[in-house]
Design a protein around this ligand. Structure first.
Ligand code: GAP
Length: 433
């Protein structure tokens, strides 16, 4: 984990937030490479679950919603974690964070207060007066917008049940014990789908789509993130620990270096959310079956993915070392830079001109880096460390045969390819979102 964090800082994937002011605990900024990696993950997700499907449409809703949303959703009453405080050093912890009743900060034993519940929603005020009546919340999950916009989506799109509404966006939680780099932060991003189904007449009617989404989560993890499924563990959450809205939840856990922990989730939210929003808003949130004319409140299966945890898993999973050299074996479609272009020598205008032409041309299709410093071996090593799958070297022979050397990150094999064939060559190897 320390090596991944160090690499992220050294190469500009992820920096400590507000660093010039001494930082802000557990806040992180995505740097130039990190934002590319994160965007590639989000684009792959959107492509798989929105563009390639006919039954899922996307939205992008406001972060701050009418506060009544959070009354109706149950978050004001229920979105809380048990908190304890060390009486010696006054550090506060989520109860399950404490092992053997010892304070991780001061080492105090049995020094904790009784548990009290702490609401995780971030409060703010709308408008210039900081009054109770103006209190609003930054959304703690993206999901509620899919319920609140349900009527608008149904009325404006030609959708028939079952269908899903998807969203990618920020969520905020005043976590008691954030930590482990970008694993648990107070500001993070989610990719969520609310998949609406007719009210089940039997258990099978919701268990079927639940199972389909269970497989979809695994397929995404294996095919899009390139993570071996032997590192993913499904954890059936017992009723006593499930969120207030859920009738069944599976956590998909990953073997993080700090222990097996939640990566994604899947829940059967019943009609809890839509029914409550109908009650609180007084609006009709029923779906009308176009064939039978029957009206009902749909039920919901909710697969949910953390963006930042996806980034973390991809980084951890791709991190390898070979004789002390770091090679980040990212799936090519997720790599921040797809191709690096090198002129063999930086002081030969002919070589530089030829290489610049290739660089400029490829930029229209791929993210491309330019490097003309040091020897070629060092340039390869520098690109390996950030996961660039292919490096192109333009040498003296290129000026005669209009071909270049392409070197593959993982096999270190080199092949000679005609410049006119470069785009087709890479399109065969790199899926571009
Ligand atoms: N709408 C359901 C929901 O929000 P959740 O299990 O609380 O369910 C979904 O969150 C996903 O969001 C998690 O599986 C995780 O990937 C991510 N997530 C939750 N809290 C997070 C935090 N504090 N920091 C980073 N990611 C978080």
């Amino acid at each position: 984990m320390e090596k991944v964090v160090a690499l992220c800082k050294r190469r500009g994937f992820i920096f400590p937030g507000s660093q010039i002011y001494g930082g802000l605990a557990n806040s992180w900024d995505y740097g130039p490479l990190g934002v590319e990696l994160k965007n590639n993950i989000k684009q792959a997700w959107w492509k798989r679950f929105v563009h390639l499907r006919e039954d899922v449409l996307g939205i992008d809703a406001a972060l701050i919603m009418n506060p009544l949303v959070w009354e109706a959703s149950g978050h004001v009453a229920n979105f809380q974690d048990p908190l304890i405080e060390c009486k010696k050093c006054h550090q506060r912890y989520r109860v399950d964070y404490i092992k053997d009743k010892i304070c991780p900060n001061c080492g105090g034993k049995d020094s904790f207060t009784d548990e009290k519940m702490f609401n995780l929603m971030f409060k703010t005020f709308i408008g210039p007066a900081e009054e109770q009546t103006n209190t609003a919340y930054f959304r703690p999950e993206t999901a509620q917008a899919m319920f609140v916009d349900f009527r608008n989506v149904v009325d404006t799109q030609r959708l028939r049940l079952p269908f899903g509404i998807a969203q990618i966006g920020k969520a905020f939680r005043n976590e008691i014990t954030p930590g482990n780099f970008i694993f648990r932060t107070r500001e993070f991003e989610q990719m969520e789908i609310e998949y609406f189904i007719p009210p089940p007449k039997s258990e099978k009617d919701w268990q079927g789509p639940f199972e389909v989404w269970r497989k979809e989560i695994l397929a995404w993890t294996a095919n899009d993130l390139g993570v071996g499924l032997e590192k993913i563990h499904e954890h059936e959450i017992p009723a006593s620990q499930r969120a207030h809205y859920s009738k069944r939840t599976i956590d998909f856990e990953y073997d993080f270096p700090f222990g097996v922990s939640e990566l994604y989730g899947l829940a059967y939210r019943t009609d809890f959310d839509l029914a409550n929003h109908e009650r609180y808003s007084g609006q009709n949130l029923k779906y009308r079956d176009p064939d039978t004319g029957e009206e009902f409140i749909p039920h919901v299966i909710e697969p949910t993915w953390g963006v930042d945890r996806s980034v973390l898993v991809v980084l951890i999973d791709s991190y390898t070392e070979d004789q002390g050299r770091v090679i980040l074996k990212l799936p090519p479609k997720l790599a921040p830079i797809k191709v690096a272009v090198f002129p063999l020598l930086a002081n030969k205008p002919d070589l530089v001109g030829k290489a610049k032409g290739i660089y400029q041309d490829l930029k229209h299709q791929f993210t491309v880096a330019w490097d003309d410093r040091g020897n070629i071996g060092k340039r390869y090593a520098s690109q390996d460390e950030i996961g660039t799958p292919f490096c192109i070297t333009v040498d003296f022979q290129s000026l005669e045969d209009e071909a270049v050397t392409i070197r593959d990150r993982d096999s270190a094999k080199q092949e000679r390819v005609k410049i006119v064939d470069l785009k087709t060559h890479f399109f065969g190897k790199i899926e571009v979102e």
